[in-house]
Design a protein around this ligand. Structure first.
Ligand SMILES: Cc1cc2nc3c(=O)[nH]c(=O)nc-3n(C[C@H](O)[C@H](O)[C@H](O)COP(=O)(O)OP(=O)(O)OC[C@H]3O[C@@H](n4cnc5c(N)ncnc54)[C@H](O)[C@@H]3O)c2cc1C
Length: 266
């Protein structure tokens, strides 16, 4: 059994967010982290490794510095890492990103008892599209928003979070699961893990590696293969300071109604 975890390097938005004059993120000037939901996906995979001894492979598509994030995943306990990186893949929207990742994951190999794991959503692009798109392109059953995962042989049972409750879904491996933060508490790297990380395999898949894969051609990858067009990007205006009315008496309610009426809200 093998678990392939797709992880993405994202700007650390808990610090200062730098925006270019054209409204795009100034990624170069910001610190990067592993996307938080992806840390939960990795932790779930490492827990399965602890329990069963299965292999954990992490994969990312990104620029060469994303290798640093992969080393951190190896230091946490992953066995192998794959960096998917090439100029031809740059400018990809979610459709083209999932096309390349699906090609990379199928090149790593998805066997009968394997599971592919993703985060639910990346904190920068925020679409939650890439995981489900990878599943579609690899023709795998998918379960999204996993808050609990139980694996028993080829049977996979997932407690899936809904807006107002949970649903339990059963499927079979091979399958793809997207994970949410409620699933677990990601572990830290250990000192021993950091040393070991540098002797574990980290492969790079470039355009040459993937160009003959059926999912890859110039019309399905990079900017040319991206059906999304951005017509306008902008920074939303800052919200004004809020106003707090204390109390629930008649006067306060009348005052609140007056303010709302003046703003044509009621
Ligand atoms: C026209 C256009 C051009 C773009 N050009 C670029 C560009 O040049 N460079 C750039 O960085 N972004 C670019 N983007 C943004 C890029 O498309 C998205 O960041 C990317 O497709 C992932 O989408 P998301 O962030 O919404 O991820 P989500 O769909 O929210 O992510 C869900 C999960 O999918 C997995 N995942 C997502 N992306 C990756 C990844 N790269 N590697 C591994 N796992 C992943 C993770 O498990 C993640 O938790 C472009 C977008 C558009 C529309």
């Amino acid at each position: 059994m093998k678990i392939i975890v797709s992880i993405k390097q994202v700007p650390d938005t808990s610090g200062k967010v730098a925006v270019n004059p054209d409204g795009t993120l100034n990624r170069a000037s910001m610190q990067t982290i592993t996307n938080p939901d992806d840390m939960n996906a990795l932790e779930a995979a490492l827990k399965m490794k602890d329990a069963t001894g299965c292999k954990v492979v992490v994969v990312t598509m990104g620029p060469p510095p994303a290798a640093g994030m992969l080393r951190e995943a190896l230091a946490m306990g992953a066995d192998e890492a794959v960096l998917v990186s090439a100029r031809e893949f740059g400018g990809s929207d979610t459709y083209a990103t999932s096309q390349v990742l699906a090609a990379a994951i199928s090149t790593i190999g998805v066997e009968d008892d394997d599971i592919v794991m993703c985060g639910r959503q990346a904190i920068d692009g925020d679409t939650a599209q890439v995981g489900p798109q990878i599943a579609e392109k690899l023709n795998l059953p998918q379960i999204t928003y996993a808050a609990d995962i139980q694996v028993d042989g080829k049977s996979v049972t997932v407690k899936r979070m809904l807006e107002d409750g949970y649903m339990t879904i059963k499927t079979q491996t091979p399958c793809l699961i997207t994970c949410i933060k409620e699933l677990n508490e990601p572990r830290y790297m250990s000192v021993g893990g950091v040393f070991e990380a540098y002797s574990k395999p980290l492969a790079t898949f470039n355009y040459e590696t993937l160009k003959d894969h059926p999912l890859i051609d110039a019309t399905t990858i990079g900017l040319k293969g991206s059906p999304t067009n951005i017509f306008k990007s902008f920074t939303p205006p800052q919200k004004g300071a809020g106003m707090m009315l204390e109390g629930a008496d008649k006067d306060t309610c009348e005052k609140l109604a007056g303010i709302l009426a003046k703003k044509h809200i009621i």
